[in-house]
Write a protein that binds this ligand. Structure first.
Ligand code: NAD
Ligand code: UGA
Length: 437
């Protein structure tokens, strides 16, 4: 059993803390957000993540997981401290490191014994060394410590199983002893462990996210060509995916990537390159294709409605940036809703988990409690997030409720032939002109 502290109780920090506690360690999770910590003490989760509620409650009950806002309390007896605070985009696309810097200073001011500081936040290359400098200069008296990079690769919606079954653990440090201790902490996960230097570990994280984002933009570009030439991108992706050099995953064409990570991390990587006077044509193209998908959704819905959405009522099926999360950070739904509103449409929406988030982010959108009441009187629906609930909709009922049975399926969840048989005017992404109206 190790004594671990996690700084930042968000998507990554809470999952990391709860999972390490479940592996038998003693974990104190700290956040500067008092309300968040008070709620957690009462068993109220700050985020929607399948399985997290039970995991947290089980480990709190067993006395392995606790919450605090006090650095002094969290650091008492702590051997490993994970930094998992946010690193949002700054004004020019750079990663904003103010939260990392504040956490590093607080650690320095409150540590009472030797410590391994593990950076789990996604941070620009060189941040590990910078954090070490901050800690060194903010310590009231010198206490030995080591900074290790251990980037996180979990996905929202499947965060617990991703954490517990990682494809690899990346550990960056030039301090062999510290790296080995961090590796030991992860041994129960039985994953390949890559030990490298700090900067390389930090780069592995950015390169991985940028690659996955580029892969999605690639298939979205192929989707557009498929649509023009009469091929079906879903089958193209499946046919490509059997080649293990390509792989099946992250080849779903649709509305592109959103969320708190791909957009900001691709931008931050491009920013780092530009600071070194390097061009990033591949990253730039991935971004361009990605945001084009959102504009195209508005344009194609207009085409389905005879050329314009002006005066029409459009319902959005889904708001979260992906299923099984309530996260709406840089969700395609935001640009699509704004695009529709700017073109004169009335916009409605329903999401199984993101309604609370949507209330402040999209105040001009009418939110409904279920997809059927939302569909009533709609001129068109757009599938924005591929929640399972939408795959199982009673489409005949939906059709009978709508003013005109028009669907733009931005996530390719329905069968074009079936939709035609049901009498919908239906269009999806990249699925051949034979399937288009
Ligand atoms: P988040 O916004 O959900 O949570 C961050 C938390 O840190 C917040 O609760 C905030 O109050 C707290 N915080 C900020 N400064 C603090 C401080 N000085 N002391 C204590 N608490 C502080 O963020 P997230 O989505 O969990 O992302 C965290 C990091 O992990 C980011 O760098 C992100 O890029 C990376 N990451 C995220 C995911 C993901 O799926 N969300 C996956 C892998 C990596
Ligand atoms: C992503 C990475 O997958 C994680 O490995 C990484 O840890 C995380 O970012 C991070 O650094 O924060 P996440 O953003 O939670 O995880 O979700 P993904 O499943 O990767 O989806 C990202 C976006 O891409 C979503 O908007 C999703 O709809 C879209 N997507 C995904 C597609 O459009 N097509 C696909 O084939 C896959």
């Amino acid at each position: 059993m190790k004594q671990i502290c996690v700084i930042g109780v968000g998507y990554v920090g809470l999952v990391t803390g709860a999972c390490f506690a479940d592996l038998g360690n003693r974990v104190v999770a700290l956040d500067m957000n008092k309300k968040r910590i008070e709620n957690l003490k009462q068993g109220i989760m700050p985020i929607y993540e399948p399985g997290l509620d039970e995991l947290v409650k089980r480990n709190v009950k067993a006395g392995r997981l606790s919450f605090t806002t006090s650095y002094a309390e969290a650091l008492h007896g702590c051997e490993f401290i994970f930094i998992a605070v946010g690193t949002p985009s700054g004004v020019n696309g750079e990663a904003d490191l103010q939260y990392v810097a504040a956490a590093a200073r607080s650690i320095a001011q409150n540590m009472t014994g030797p410590l391994i500081i593990i950076n789990k936040s996604t941070v620009p290359i060189g941040t590990g060394d910078w954090v070490a400098d901050i800690v060194r200069s903010a310590q009231p008296k010198p206490i030995p410590f080591s900074v290790v990079s251990c980037p996180e690769f979990l996905r929202e919606g499947t965060a617990i199983s991703d954490f517990m079954n990682p494809h690899r653990i990346v550990i960056g440090s030039l301090d062999k002893e510290a790296a080995n201790k961090v590796a030991e902490l992860h041994l129960p996960l039985r994953a390949p462990i890559v030990i490298t230097d700090l900067r390389t570990a930090e780069m592995i994280k950015y390169a991985s996210n940028a690659f996955l984002a580029t892969k999605i933009s690639f298939i979205n570009e192929i989707a557009e060509i498929c649509e023009a030439l009469g091929a079906d991108v879903k089958e193209v992706a499946a046919g490509m995916g059997y080649d293990i050099r390509i792989g099946k995953l992250f080849l779903d064409a649709g509305l592109g990537w959103g969320g708190s990570c791909f957009p900001k991390d691709v931008r931050a990587l491009a920013y780092m390159a530009k600071e070194k006077a390097l061009e990033t044509p591949i990253l730039d193209a991935a971004v361009k294709v990605n945001y084009r998908q959102r504009k195209a959704a508005v344009q194609r819905t207009a085409e389905l409605l005879g050329g314009s959405v002006k005066g029409k009522t459009i319902g959005l099926l889904g708001l979260a940036f992906k299923p099984n999360t309530d996260d709406m950070r840089d969700a395609p739904s935001i640009d699509i809703a704004h695009g529709l509103i700017e073109s004169g449409a009335q916009v409605r929406a329903y999401d199984p988990a993101a309604m609370d988030a949507a209330r402040s982010i999209l105040p001009a959108v009418d939110l409904f409690d279920d997809p059927y009441s939302m569909a009533e009187g709609c001129d068109a629906l757009i599938v924005v997030t591929e929640w399972n609930e939408f795959k199982q909709l009673d489409l005949e009922r939906i059709k009978s409720l709508m003013r005109t049975p028009v669907i733009f399926d931005g996530r390719n969840i329905y069968d074009p032939i079936l939709m035609k048989q049901l009498g919908f005017t239906y269009r999806s992404v990249g699925r051949g002109y034979n399937h288009q109206p």
